[in-house]
Design a protein around this ligand. Structure first.
Ligand code: GLC
Ligand code: GLC
Length: 819
């Protein structure tokens, strides 16, 4: 069942029924000011950090679902009836409800008793504010005498404190109302130099800033007393719960249309210019007023919206494809790069599944996210790499997370996730291949944010590799530490205390448990370092890295091969994890994917065997399961993985992040049909038709789909902020469509389904536009390449650097000779 449809031409998903299985959200903002907006206008906003600069309130776990948002009420003053054009919070039966989630904007509209109301929400580029552009149309035969009420609830900045520290917070709230603009200034009197503002383009009939006056005692957002009676109270918040609501009266003739603009924004003043007049307690509004004035003007708002669309068109234009499969096109051209940008901006901080107060920017997560956006915003990727590297420790290890506002490593969670540093090598390699900007390797970067410890980025990478080699276990495989990529495989934790964090408790000394996954990642990273060194003319060093990779490969084949697939790990007692010898958890997906990505087992058939085992034991119609059989009980020596009920999350859920590794592995061994088949199983667009099963948004990837051991097999959770976005983008664009940046140029080596006779692509790479057409002549994946009509040997289009457009023609497969 569908709840809407894709409008590919406008880059939108159009939801036509408000009661989707879960709130289907979108993101506003792309630089510093961000918001979550659901299909019924639920959600919240923040400036840079969802925990420390929360602008509006939202209650996770709330009933009714997804309440707290950017709500507008329309009231018919002749009858007293009122409703929400976005359905929530009044939930009237609306006509023609649609929510258009587009790239960086959302438009929600409906008609009720002849009054059409549509609101476009977006954040203009370069600004710290969001716009709600409401368009009202009277479709009645007679005039309509309406009231419009806006509403938001302010958060007292620190979202964690806001939700807990009531003894203080019920007394601190403060606002100012001036010229119809509501300013939220809690704690501005003391150490904050920032405030929020909520403005309206029309003359006000009234306003409210005290939530409990606006709503009335014991009432909810579905029934505010101010809206019911059709008149604001002009309340001024002193403590309790500051909110913002404007009341505007609008009379519309039959057929008449009017616009009302609301602005919600964040503003900072220099510390010594906070007050006006100086010495008073009033906010200095000199620099904010021009901004407010600008965006209360409709033409400026329309121009800002055009600019936002142009921005996205430019980013999406860097890689576009036209294939025989609509789901591939839609995800590659629109939604997957969009989701990659969202993961870049938000990391794992704010979604319906990430509360905004939980996690900072993850080291391994962000390095992987980069693989999906580096081609769109290389300058920002460069900055992100340098930020991440600055949280690295001198040992080569890394802080697992940092806070976006301070960019400092997070002490609460610390380090010792032994895979972390290796991901930095992969992201830097991707950046170099995309941009050719070798200067980044010479950038001086501190360790642990300590001034005076600056070393070239290249040395950070060397230490990342060394970190693994300094920590080898009894079999010569890398020690796992707190956990590797699988945060929940906690082989050293041994936690028996309820509620204890599985990931930060170190129960055992960590000198025994080893990870085959890290071994695979190490081989891949060491080979990347070898190529990097070779490119820089460091031949001996390149050889050294290559030798280290080769040694690890031998170790993996000796101690990490279980007979039919790669082993997952050795536990604290050096017992096998992910082996046919185990009762449960016999085969894990991660080492099958990563060892093959690293090229292990390609010569002697292990890769083929491992992939056959994946197909037989882990693949389901809803995607490939993380491990099987599921753990049926809690195992002290395995940790969090066995804490989940079977079929969910790391305990035999379909952890979508890992599926593209298998797609890539299949592509590496030349299986285009199998690779693309796996791709479609978790492709959200391809799952749209079963939205009642999938339940999450059909336009973005989710972290997890319940596995076959779960009663809700096929149900997705944790949409949006997941490494699934970047890795699927890499799998489909670089390995299945086969268009991948290398140091020497753009390599084109498609491994596509056998029934695709042709596809086209446009790729902007190092300032040059390539129009690529790939045609199938016969079976197999051999490539013959023509550039601007001239044949070229190999499959790499050289770097032209001429800023021009080039035509690339590829013939794949061998022509079958007619007898
Ligand atoms: C989550 C984490 C990621 C981890 C994965 C597997 O997605 O953000 O760091 O690798 O879970 O446990
Ligand atoms: C839980 C999740 C895992 C995530 C981790 C982050 O363990 O299962 O996916 O990576 O939390 O802290």
């Amino acid at each position: 069942m569908r709840y809407g449809y894709f409008d590919d031409q406008h880059h939108e998903y159009v939801i036509t029924q408000p009661d989707t299985p879960l709130p289907w959200i979108n993101y506003l903002g792309s630089e510093a000011y961000f918001g979550i907006v659901s299909n019924t206008a639920g959600g919240y906003s923040f400036y840079r950090d969802a925990r420390l600069r929360r602008i509006t309130r939202y209650r996770y776990n709330n009933v009714s679902l997804d309440c707290g948002g950017r709500y507008i009420y329309v009231r018919d003053n002749d009858t007293g009836e009122f409703w929400s054009p976005s359905w929530q919070p009044t939930r009237h039966e609306l006509e023609g409800y649609t929510c258009r989630h587009g790239l960086g904007y959302t438009v929600i509209g409906s008609t009720y008793k002849g009054i059409e109301a549509q609101t476009r929400y977006f954040v203009p580029l370069g600004e710290s504010l969001e716009i709600w552009q409401l368009t009202l149309t009277n479709q009645r035969e007679e005039s309509a005498n309406l009231s419009v009420f806006s509403s938001i609830e302010f958060c007292l900045w620190d979202a964690q404190d806001d939700a807990t520290n009531f003894q203080r917070n019920f007394s601190t709230g403060e606002v100012e109302v001036e010229d119809g603009v509501i300013y939220h200034k809690t704690e501005y009197r003391e150490r904050r130099n920032h405030f929020a503002f909520f403005a309206c383009s029309e003359e006000l009939a009234g306003f409210d800033t005290q939530r409990d006056v606006f709503l009335g005692p014991y009432r909810g957002w579905d029934n505010p007393v101010a809206v019911e009676r059709g008149r604001s109270f002009n309340s001024v918040a002193r403590g309790w719960a500051p909110m913002g609501s404007h009341h505007v009266r609008v009379t519309l003739k039959p057929g008449e249309t009017r616009q009302v603009i609301f602005l919600l924004g964040y503003h900072e003043n220099p510390r010594d210019q906070k007050f006006d007049p100086p010495g008073s307690q009033r906010i200095n509004k000199q620099t904010v007023k021009p901004v407010i004035g600008k965006y209360l003007n409709k033409d400026n708002v329309d121009a800002a919206f055009e600019a936002l669309c142009a921005y996205w068109d430019r980013l999406l234009g860097i890689f576009e494809v036209e294939t025989p499969d609509v789901h591939t096109d839609r995800m590659v051209n629109i939604w997957n790069p969009y989701q990659c940008m969202v993961t870049f901006n938000l990391s794992r901080s704010a979604s319906l599944f990430e509360s905004g107060i939980g996690r900072g920017v993850g080291f391994r997560d962000s390095n992987q996210d980069l693989l999906g956006f580096v081609h769109m915003v290389p300058e920002r990727a460069r900055e992100r790499i340098l930020d991440l590297a600055a949280t690295q420790l001198e040992t080569g290890g890394a802080y697992h997370q940092y806070q976006p506002l301070t960019k400092r490593g997070n002490d609460e969670i610390g380090s010792s996730f032994n895979d972390d540093p290796l991901w930095l090598i992969l992201s830097v390699a991707a950046y170099l291949k995309e941009t050719g900007d070798w200067s980044i390797l010479d950038e001086l970067v501190v360790y642990e944010n300590q001034p005076g410890t600056e070393k070239p980025l290249y040395e950070h990478l060397q230490r990342s590799l060394r970190y693994t080699l300094d920590r080898l276990g009894p079999h010569g495989l890398p020690l796992i530490g707190r956990a590797d990529w699988n945060d929940c495989l906690n082989l050293n934790t041994f936690s028996e205390v309820p509620g204890e964090s599985f990931q930060t408790i170190t129960g055992k000394n960590g000198k025994v448990a080893e990870s085959v996954f890290i071994a695979g990642l190490f081989v891949l990273a060491a080979e990347e370092m070898a190529s990097m060194a070779r490119e820089r003319g460091l031949t001996d060093e390149a050889q050294l890295y290559h030798d280290e990779a080769a040694t690890m490969e031998v170790t993996v084949l000796k101690h990490g091969w279980d007979g039919e697939w790669f082993l997952r790990a050795y536990d604290y007692l050096s017992r096998k994890v992910g082996s046919h010898e185990c009762d449960e958890g016999q085969i894990f997906i991660e080492p099958q994917g990563f060892c093959i990505l690293a090229g292990i087992g390609l010569c002697d058939g292990q890769a083929e065997e491992a992939l056959a085992a994946v197909k037989e034991r882990l693949a389901t119609p809803h995607g490939i399961i993380l491990q099987q059989p599921a753990y049926s009980q809690y195992y002290l020596h395995l940790g969090e993985i066995s804490s989940y009920p079977p079929g969910y999350k790391e305990n035999a859920g379909i952890f979508c992040h890992t599926n593209p590794w298998i797609m890539i592995a299949e592509a590496i061994i030349g299986h285009g049909d199998q690779a693309h088949d796996y791709y479609l199983r978790i492709n959200p667009s391809a799952r749209e038709a079963i939205s009642e099963v999938h339940r999450c948004e059909p336009y973005v990837y989710a972290q997890m789909i319940a596995g076959r051991d779960a009663p809700t097999h096929g149900e997705a959770k944790n949409s949006w902020l997941t490494g699934t976005a970047a890795w699927n983008y890499v799998a489909i664009t670089q390995w299945i469509l086969g268009i991948r940046p290398t140091y020497a140029g753009l390599q084109i080596a498609p491994v596509i389904p056998s029934d695709w006779s042709e596809f086209k692509a446009t790729r902007v790479f190092r300032g040059v536009t390539y129009h690529i057409i790939v045609k199938r002549a016969g079976k197999g994946n051999t490539v013959s390449l023509t550039v601007d009509g001239k044949e070229i040997t190999g499959n790499v289009v050289p770097v032209f650097g001429d800023g021009k457009t080039h035509q690339i023609e590829i013939i794949i497969g061998e022509e079958v000779q007619e007898l």
